[in-house]
Design a binder for this molecule. Structure first.
Ligand code: PLP
Length: 383
C-alpha cells in the first residue's frame, strides 16, 4: 500500500455521517446500546467492540489501523506512553520464575522495569551486549521466555542483527520484543524480519511536536489477543482520544519531517566528524559506524538522533559548550521539531555508569543545517 495513502486516508471517513476532513475526535468514555441483546453480545468481546474507551475508541482506531499498516503487523494499539507500551508488552509475556534477556543500555525506564519492578515478581534478567548474537545465545536458559531488543539504542547507537536474533529465538520458542522508537515505522520494520512485537515511544517522531506522550504496540492478531484481553485492559494504559487525535496530526507530516531531519543530520554529523574537538561520532548511517553494513541492511534510513564524544573530558568545559548553544535546547526526549542537546554529564543514574562522561547527544530538529552547524561551531570553542 502506498505510504501517502496510509498516512492520509487509511481508516478514515468510513462510517462518518459528518463529512469532516479532519478525523472526528470522539471524546467519550463509553458507548450506548439500543437493546440488551446487542449489549450482551458486545460485552462478550471487549477487543472487537466499542464499549468503553479503556478498550476501544473510534479516534484511536483510525490511528491504530494506520500504525499497524505502516509497521507491517496485523494489529496495533496506542497507549498513554512509550513506557506503558513497553511494560504492557513485556508483562503480557513473562511470568514468575522465567528469565528475560535484554540488550545493554536500553532506554533507562526499560532497564528499571526489569531491575526494579519485574524482579519483585521473581522474573530473572540478564543484560547483554547485543552487537554479537553469541552473547544472547550464551545467556539463553531453560526458563528464558523473552528477549528484549533496542536497535539502535538511543545513547550509543549500537545495533542488533534482527533477522538472525528472530530466527534464533523462534527456534527456541522465545518471544522477541523490540523498541523501534529510533527508526519509526518508516525506517525499519522488525516484524517483517521475524521479531514478534514492535513497540514505539510515539512521543518522539510520530507525535513530532513535543506536545504529546504516547506509545504503540504492533504485533500479530494472536499476540494482540493475548496482550489486549488481559494485561492491556488490566494495566489500563490507553491513550486519551485527544492525544490520539494529536498523533494523527503528527503522522501527516512524519515522512517529510524525517526527510528534512535526515538530510540536516547527515550534514551536522559530517561537520562533527571532521572537527578537531570531536573524537567520535555515534551515528548508524555514517561509514565510520562499526555496524554500518548492518544498518544499511535492516534500516531504510537513520533519523536525527546521534551522539558524539568531545575531545575533553573536563566537565566544566562540556558544561560551557552546552550552556553556550542557542538553537539546541537542553532537554530530555527527542524527535520533535526543535533541536536538543543532552550531555551525559548531566545524567546521574544507576544505569549511567557505562556511559562516557564526554558523551553528548544531539537531536536534530527542523532548523536549517547552517544555523545548527554555526551554533555548534561557536560553542565548540569552549571545548
Ligand atoms: C522516550 C523513550 C521511551 C519511553 O517513551 P515515553 O513515551 O517517554 O514513555 C522508550 N524508548 C526509547 C528509546 C525512548 O527514547
Amino acid at each position: 500500500m502506498d505510504l501517502s495513502y496510509i498516512i492520509n486516508c487509511l481508516g478514515e471517513y468510513e462510517n462518518s455521517e459528518i463529512p469532516s476532513i479532519a478525523p472526528p475526535l470522539v471524546q467519550t468514555s463509553n458507548f450506548f446500546f439500543k437493546n440488551v441483546e446487542d449489549f450482551r453480545k458486545s460485552l462478550q468481546d471487549e477487543k472487537g467492540n466499542l464499549i468503553y474507551t479503556r478498550g476501544n475508541n473510534p479516534t484511536v482506531e483510525i490511528l491504530n489501523k494506520k500504525l499497524a499498516t505502516l509497521e507491517g503487523t496485523d494489529e496495533a494499539i496506542t497507549l498513554s506512553s512509550g513506557m506503558a507500551a513497553i511494560s504492557t508488552a513485556v508483562i503480557a509475556n513473562v511470568k514468575a520464575g522465567e528469565h528475560v534477556i535484554c540488550v545493554q543500555k536500553p532506554y533507562s525506564w526499560t532497564y528499571k522495569l526489569f531491575v526494579n519492578l519485574l524482579s519483585r515478581f521473581n522474573v530473572e534478567y540478564d543484560f547483554v551486549d547485543g552487537k554479537d548474537i553469541k552473547n544472547i545465545e550464551n545467556k539463553i536458559k531453560q526458563n528464558t521466555s523473552l528477549v528484549f531488543l533496542e536497535s539502535p539504542n538511543s545513547l550509543t547507537f549500537e545495533l542488533q542483527d534482527l533477522k538472525a536474533i528472530a530466527t534464533l529465538c523462534k527456534s527456541k520458542n522465545i518471544t522477541t520484543i523490540i523498541d523501534n522508537s529510533y527508526c519509526t515505522p518508516l525506517n525499519q520494520n522488525p516484524h517483517k524480519l521475524g521479531i514478534d512485537i514492535v513497540v514505539h515511544s510515539a512521543t518522539k517522531y510520530i507525535g513530532g511536536h513535543s506536545d504529546t506522550i504516547a506509545g504503540i504496540i504492533c504485533c500479530s492478531s494472536s499476540m494482540m489477543d493475548k496482550i489486549f484481553r488481559n494485561d492491556f485492559l488490566n494495566l489500563g494504559g490507553i491513550i486519551s482520544p485527544f492525544n490520539a487525535w494529536l498523533l494523527l496530526r503528527g503522522l501527516r507530516t512524519l515522512q517529510i519531517r524525517l526527510e528534512k531531519i535526515g538530510k540536516t543530520t547527515i550534514e551536522v554529523v559530517q561537520f562533527l566528524e571532521k572537527h578537531e574537538k570531536v573524537t567520535k561520532v555515534h551515528f548508524p548511517f555514517s561509514e565510520n559506524h562499526p555496524q554500518y553494513a548492518l544498518a544499511k541492511q535492516q534500516m531504510k534510513a537513520a533519523s536525527g538522533l546521534f551522539s558524539f564524544e568531545s575531545k575533553t573530558k573536563d566537565i566544566s568545559k562540556i558544561e560551557k559548550f552546552c550552556n553556550h548553544l542557542k538553537y539546541f535546547k537542553m532537554a530530555v526526549s527527542w524527535g520533535g521539531y526543535e533541536s536538543l542537546v543532552f550531555p551525559t554529564c548531566a545524567y546521574v543514574n544507576e544505569d549511567s555508569e557505562q556511559l562516557p562522561i564526554n558523551l553528548i547527544r544531539l537531536s536534530i530538529g527542523l532548523e536549517e543545517s547552517e544555523v545548527l552547524i554555526n551554533d555548534l561551531e561557536e560553542a565548540l570553542t569552549f571545548i
